[in-house]
Design a protein around this ligand. Structure first.
Ligand code: MG
Length: 218
């Protein structure tokens, strides 16, 4: 069981499920050549895939295309079901920046056959998290710049205001289908600019007002 703490507090959380929204930025859906869905695309990752800023991503030997996806990440602070947009933020305790590492070659093959994506998304070290910041430090999570550098070259540069489904809509949508529990983590989707990394690459991800994430591919 992995535990996390919100920076500057003594609140601890046992990590539950990691729920992810796919294709939540129009330009990213386009770059993948995918149609924009009428409803959010949802998938999950296991807690065993998590590492933290400063730790290394291990390049799996069963892929030739390891991609980064930089995302705003929410920490669920209390259990709820059928949460309305207007109450959604009551269920969120913290924010951070995360990487949803993806094996794009494997994912494309699975998609083509209509199969689930897990093999491309759940491998060890595929989920990277920076420190969580208390919710109260962020005035509006739906308007934050989001950036990723690979070896100091800027590769992703967008704003969470371009999310198709904002934080409140995501919480409402997910909790309409299953219970969100304290310690669950929600990845809100990546902007355009995703791309491949190779062994030795150094990644830095930042979201305005949040803790910086650094990692390396090994
Ligand atoms: Mg993603």
């Amino acid at each position: 069981m992995k535990k996390i703490q919100i920076q500057g507090t003594n609140k601890t959380y046992t990590i539950g499920k990691i729920v992810c929204v796919g294709k939540n930025y129009l330009e990213h859906a386009k770059e993948l050549g995918d149609a924009v869905s009428e409803k959010p695309v949802i998938f999950m990752k296991p807690a065993s895939s998590i590492i933290f800023s400063g730790e290394k991503i291990i390049y799996p030997e069963f892929t030739k295309s390891l991609h980064y996806e930089t995302e705003l990440v929410l920490l669920v602070g209390k259990t709820g079901k059928n949460i309305s947009k207007s109450n959604a933020l009551d269920y969120i305790d913290g924010y951070t920046v995360g990487l949803d590492m993806t094996l794009r070659d494997i994912q494309s093959g699975l998609k083509k056959n209509g199969h689930p994506w897990e093999i491309s998304k759940c491998f060890d070290t595929s989920t990277v998290l920076a420190h969580f910041i208390p919710k109260g430090k962020i005035t509006n999570a739906n308007n934050l710049s989001i950036k990723l550098w690979v070896n100091e070259e800027l590769r992703q540069n967008d704003n969470t205001s371009n999310m198709i489904y904002n934080v409140e809509s995501i919480v409402e949508y997910l909790s309409g289908y299953f219970t969100l529990e304290k310690g669950d983590i929600i990845f809100t989707g990546t902007p355009a600019g995703v791309g491949e990394v190779k062994k030795g690459d150094k990644l830095k991800a930042e979201i305005e007002g949040l803790s910086t994430l650094v990692t390396e591919i090994s």
